[in-house]
Design a binder for this molecule. Structure first.
Ligand SMILES: [Zn+2]
Length: 132
């Protein structure tokens, strides 16, 4: 199990990752690490205003939490000041709610203000429609 991560800034994420290391690519605006539970799964956390945020105040923190719901281990943790803080397992309802919130947040960020109350398609659907 990983207790602390050190952050390494890289141009490209290496093919083989070391546990205890959070790889950050500024070029690709993404981060990658091996799951803190030790299962060996590679976890990608893209960095953007609507994804993850990496902060540095002498030590690094990544927020919000990493929830590996798609992995068999279903581990859930925060990386604060390079230390792993374990968070509780979420039930499926809570995961679904969180996904919906995520979508909402992305919609609000990428959408222009709407007129009226008509239901808007998601931005990626709108992109598809425009192509037609
Ligand atoms: Zn794991």
């Amino acid at each position: 199990m990983t207790e602390t991560f050190s952050v390494v800034i890289v141009e490209e994420i290496p093919a083989v990752l070391t546990s205890d290391t959070l790889y950050v690519s500024l070029t690709y605006s993404t981060s990658m690490h091996l799951c803190a539970c030790g299962c060996g799964a590679e976890v990608v956390a893209p960095l953007s205003p609507t994804d993850w945020r990496l902060t540095f105040n002498g030590t690094w923190s990544l927020s919000p939490s990493i929830g590996n719901w798609a992995l068999p281990c279903r581990s859930h943790y925060l990386i604060i000041d390079e230390k792993v803080h374990w968070a509780g397992n979420w039930d499926d309802d809570r995961i679904a709610r969180n996904r919906a919130n995520d979508r909402d947040r992305k919609d609000k960020f990428y959408d222009l203000p709407t007129q009226g109350d008509e239901k808007k398609p998601h931005w990626w659907e709108r992109k598809k429609h425009k192509k037609k």
